[in-house]
Design a protein around this ligand. Sequence first.
Ligand SMILES: Cc1cc2nc3c(=O)[nH]c(=O)nc-3n(C[C@H](O)[C@H](O)[C@H](O)COP(=O)(O)OP(=O)(O)OC[C@H]3O[C@@H](n4cnc5c(N)ncnc54)[C@H](O)[C@@H]3O)c2cc1C
Ligand SMILES: *[C@@H]1O[C@H](CO)[C@@H](O)[C@H](O)[C@H]1NC(C)=O
Ligand SMILES: *[C@@H]1O[C@H](CO)[C@@H](O)[C@H](O)[C@H]1NC(C)=O
Length: 506
Amino acid sequence: MNARTLPLRALLFLGLWQTGRRSLASAPELQNQPKNIAVVGAGIGGTAAAYYLRQEFGAGVKIDVFEPGTVGGRLATVKIGDYEYETGGAVIHPLNLHMKHFIERLGIPVRDDVSSKLAIFDGNELIFEESDWFIINFIRILWRYGFNFIRMHMWVGEYFGQIHEYQQYGYSFSTVEKLLHAMGGDNFLTMLNQTLEETMMADGFSQVFLNDIVAPVMRGNYGQSVRINGFVGAVSLAGADPGLWAIDGGNKRVCSGLLYSSKSELIPARVTSISVKVRPSKTGAPTSFYEVNYVGESGSAHSLYDIVVIATPLHEGKSDITFSGFSPPIPSHYPGRYQQIFSTLIHGTLNMSYLGTKEPASEFTVSDILTTDSKGCSINTLSSLDPVHIPKGYKRPPASHPKVWKVFSPQPLSQEQLQDMFLSWDSVSETRWLAYPSYHRPHRKTPPFILHDRLYYLNTVEWAASAMEMSAIAGRNVALLAHHRWHQQVGKIDQEDLHTRLRGEL
Ligand SMILES: Cc1cc2nc3c(=O)[nH]c(=O)nc-3n(C[C@H](O)[C@H](O)[C@H](O)COP(=O)(O)OP(=O)(O)OC[C@H]3O[C@@H](n4cnc5c(N)ncnc54)[C@H](O)[C@@H]3O)c2cc1C
Ligand SMILES: *[C@@H]1O[C@H](CO)[C@@H](O)[C@H](O)[C@H]1NC(C)=O
Ligand SMILES: *[C@@H]1O[C@H](CO)[C@@H](O)[C@H](O)[C@H]1NC(C)=O
């Protein structure tokens, strides 16, 4: 696809959404609708699934969403002083069309933009610092990296486009590999199986560009190196594109908005086990149900559901759900682990010498400091944070003022590290995340979206790439799968060659 045509296409898709290309459940279908659906987890994936399940199955079905923690999951904020700050998923790409659609539907505004400025730290000094002057940046970048930067922006622009259109037409996919194949053909599958380094070297990017720019972006976004898979790498590089945005009042607002709009019931409980139960139905023919067992404040209970969507990673440390009565068996934990990241918010004054720069702190207005893979770097990023709601007349203060900084690091920050980085501080708030998969290669086959007849698994998509938009795409995909499989509309599942086909339909 031609990257230049994307903005236009993006607008077109949004237009389609508003007019609602696909009709809601039509009359004959209503005679045989599911009665109860459970969604396990109220992050962006689970709440998007609830929203699209309501859209697919109509008003008659009861949707329960289980969540023992805070609605939003890995989209979360902490309060420091009078303001709240993002501690989990923070930035949204302009081509994240599901996210855009959600806030438009929910009437939630975009956060006011505070211009950002990037620098790269190698453990000793700043090897790159964006200037306030566009032309100076342009010359610096061109001087050191040639056209790599510009090509990079074009290169990543191609990634989300088509899948939204396919979903708009109701197409769904049974595995992550098939979904990726639909998004970008064999090329995407190869990227899933190659390292980012291999992919970019093969495309003619330079080693110095990889070391100085690409590696720091990977450390910042995924806490990993250029040896992660090429697909997640491309999604991550999109995080260095212009036009990134966030949701006013905090990204997690979109999750509570989706829950409300889907008219689901939030059950504040942890799901402990799911089993298949066979019961005779009214007509006498045996029907199977899923029994969901859960523990909440008022003790443990269970309920029966026709359809269940798991919207939390089935991995060590992330969730513990036992599946019983399934053949073949479903494991509580799939192989592979999640990467630990500490997100530490510090209110204090930065020690400029830590960055090895002689610039006066009063003139230092860099917002994001990425780090290289060199040994001296014990942190992944250091950012000057703006609140989730930008007050009127707000200007990001320079480094000479005490303000909120965010550090991503693989280990908790020690007292010594804090003393090295800050001249003084008055509050430290640490969040430990099992943030995203620890990507490795060769690519292991991902768990399926369909675990059993009517039991679906959303977070398998994270093994291609973990991002809000990916969970939203998977949320819609499982809602479509659930609908089509319920009504036996196999023509909308795993179709090949949608690109040419849809050109015909248009
Ligand atoms: C530090 C950090 C920075 C990030 N930055 C970005 C970014 O800038 N942009 C971006 O797009 N993405 C970013 N991401 C990734 C993004 O946040 C995630 O991909 C996305 O939020 C995942 O959403 P989810 O709903 O699939 O999973 P989750 O948000 O993890 O939701 C799963 C929910 O299930 C619940 N749950 C677990 N077990 C059970 C159980 N047994 N019963 C019931 N409920 C259960 C959990 O409490 C949780 O709320 C970042 C992630 C982290 C951690
Ligand atoms: C990925 O690589 C492995 C090993 O190199 C290979 O067996 C597998 O077929 C590849 N998968 C794809 C989708 O290319
Ligand atoms: C500031 O950073 C320098 C260089 O890392 C370090 O020597 C110094 O101890 C730090 N702290 C203060 C308070 O200057």
